[in-house]
Ligand binder design. Structure first.
Ligand code: NAD
Length: 249
């Protein structure tokens, strides 16, 4: 097993068909003690129970500093350490540039980008003390190709911000043996992309994916497992594409 006795915190992992939940399942199968953080405490607990016993589900709004600090304090109280953080919580909105209102801009930036910063700030002191840690940030192909499929330009901007933030943190905390890497999924079948499945655009999108299928949450979870584990011990500051070849660069 690749994560025996590691404590792994995964944000946004309550969504039953989401990437976070698949990652929680995958990490639990590899021996990790998983902490599911999501907006609703009951849903988080149910998700934690669904991946086995000995895991924890807590409420946290990743965009709110007090909520994040409180949740991380509870985790450290419970397990005494944090080995892995997956910054997975994210929201999107399919609008065009001229339609972006300031409230929507704030909302999208707050969860995707500020949330990644706040969660990282909250766990890094513990990782520093341990002299080891792995942080995985969910960006998106949308950041690399300029959106155009599902999220709006503010989503692309937030996810591009995640790439910059993660690289800067990788450089800053490398000396503490804290690795920080990004995943850039293509089109993955989850609730975020749910509406698209019935859409006729599906065929056009599939034609642009060399592997000929949309991604599964498990495809991203497997890549997260690689970045969380010691298999990737000499990787930091990287961007790992999980997109079926949709963007080859
Ligand atoms: P999802 O909607 O299934 O899950 C997102 C989860 O985040 C939900 O459980 C939601 O409750 C939670 N969440 C939302 N706001 C939160 C907040 N403020 N605090 C805590 N939790 C919050 O989405 P998904 O498709 O599994 O996406 C997971 C991540 O992967 C996101 O960051 C998304 O942007 C990214 N991503 C997804 C795709 C895709 O095609 N599905 C592609 C590229 C990147």
């Amino acid at each position: 097993m690749l994560l025996t006795d590691k404590v792994a915190v995964i944000t946004g992992a309550a969504s039953p068909r989401g990437i976070g939940r698949a990652t929680a399942q995958c990490f639990a199968q590899q021996g990790a003690r998983v902490v599911v953080l999501d907006l609703d405490e009951q849903a988080s607990q149910a998700a934690a129970e669904s991946v086995g016993s000995g895991h924890l589900g807590l409420a946290a709004n990743v965009a709110d500093p007090a909520s994040v600090q409180q949740a991380v304090a509870r985790i450290l109280d419970h397990y005494g350490r944090i080995d892995v953080l997956v910054n997975n919580a994210g929201i999107t909105q399919p609008v065009k540039t001229l339609e972006i209102g300031m409230q929507d801009y704030d909302r999208i930036l707050d969860v995707n980008l500020r949330g990644t910063l706040l969660m990282s700030q909250a766990v890094i002191p513990a990782m520093r003390q341990q002299g080891k840690g792995s942080i995985i940030c969910l960006s998106s192909v949308s950041a690399q190709r300029g959106g155009g499929i599902f999220g709006g330009p503010h989503y692309s901007a937030a996810k591009a911000g995640v790439l910059g933030l993660a690289k800067a943190m990788a450089r800053e905390f490398g000396p503490d043996q804290i690795r920080v890497n990004c995943l850039t999924p293509g089109l993955i079948q989850t609730d975020i992309t749910g509406g698209l499945m019935q859409d006729e655009r599906r065929h056009a999108i599939l034609a642009g994916i060399p592997l000929g299928r949309l991604g599964a949450a498990q495809d991203v979870a497997n890549a997260a497992l690689f970045l969380a584990s010691d298999l990737s011990s000499y990787l930091t500051g990287i961007t790992l594409d999980v997109n079926g070849g949709m963007l080859i660069h």
